[in-house]
Design a binder for this molecule. Sequence first.
Ligand code: HEM
Length: 392
Amino acid sequence: MSKPISKPFDLYAADIDRDPFPMYEWLREEQPAYWNDRDKYWVLSRYEDVFNATQDWETFSSANGNLIDEIPGRTNATLGTTDPPRHDRLRALAQAAFMKKNFEYITGPTREVAAEAARACKAKGTFDFVADYSSTITVKVLMPLMGLPVLEPSTIRNKVVLAISTDRQTRGRNEELNAAFKWMTDFISTEVEKRRRNPQDDLVTRLAEAEIDGDRLSDKEVLLTTATFVMAGVESLSSFMTTLALNMHDNREARARIFADPKLMPQAIEESLRYNTSAQRFKRTIAREIELHGKTLRPGERVVMAYGSANRDRRKFDNPDIYDIDRNPRGHLGFGSGKHVCLGSQLARMVSEVAMNEFLAQIPEFQLTKTDFPWVPSSNFRSPRELPFKIM
Ligand code: HEM
């Protein structure tokens, strides 16, 4: 178990990306409703509080955005940044487009792309799991699914990582980060226009054409929803696969069992979503006054919901700091919960399972070449920027 430390929780501290877990423990035990007065935000860290907040959108609103350092132009405009009834409408239309196809059909292409990437890693001997495997696969599988051109994986990943990053100096966003999001929406916008003129069998076309009782998404809604898919699809999924690989590296016995019986991979995926999910924290804004742990949370105040901390709460999970693929962590918040629960969870589970099993089949033994690899600076997400492995 990590040791409690007694210092204030600071989203912009240097070590928060690499290891937020000791701070989470301090919060859960000492300050379950914690107010950071410097940057003006609450943090909820216990499972029960975070879960309840996900169910109560009338108090914990998403309309001011769900990114702690929100991207200008996204608020009250898309999934993740709206409350009912607007969110219900957007979600139903996006779901209609998203669920129209059974995603099983992309299992085959995912396996082919993964097998090719694993062969390339094998040929190199030492490689970066992020650049050479997880981001290559997510770009090559998800961009065609959405109907977007498969750009050089490092180009799109670099832009997406910048778009979701936080500037530690200014403790927020900066021009470069906003420009990366603009680059992405300009690029998507061109593709949306093309699909309006020339419909294809892809997600962008289905979003543009989705209709419920004569209601359709506007051009801006199609654009921002596609941008959310790109950020979630390329970044969250690639980051999650990277974390899963790190867990496989750190847990040799689990790795050997999965190599011998790939049907165990879904259990490892659920445990990784609990143990160190890439989607660590999301924001809500207080819409009506509420008392929690003797504190008063007032309308307009920001609340950080620490999913990654809730998933390590011993009030919910036994021995929460142990990685255990036999645990069956029902109720984990790796995909959130309530109205805004992840729309791509099934797709993410499927792609991760196929890709990670293919990796282990070809590269069952691998080792980090250094432990001080860089992490993405982000107030919401946690993921290695590079994961340097060598084959044993
Ligand atoms: C393992 C990878 C992924 C993780 C860990 C993840 C995690 C999450 C979490 C925690 C939320 C809730 C956000 C909140 O509470 O405000 C969320 C929402 C969302 N995710 Fe994912 N996600 C992943 C992959 C994907 C993929 C592949 C897609 C689609 C291509 C996707 C699309 C979405 C969308 C559209 C939302 C917003 C839903 C809404 O607000 O109604 N995600 N995701």
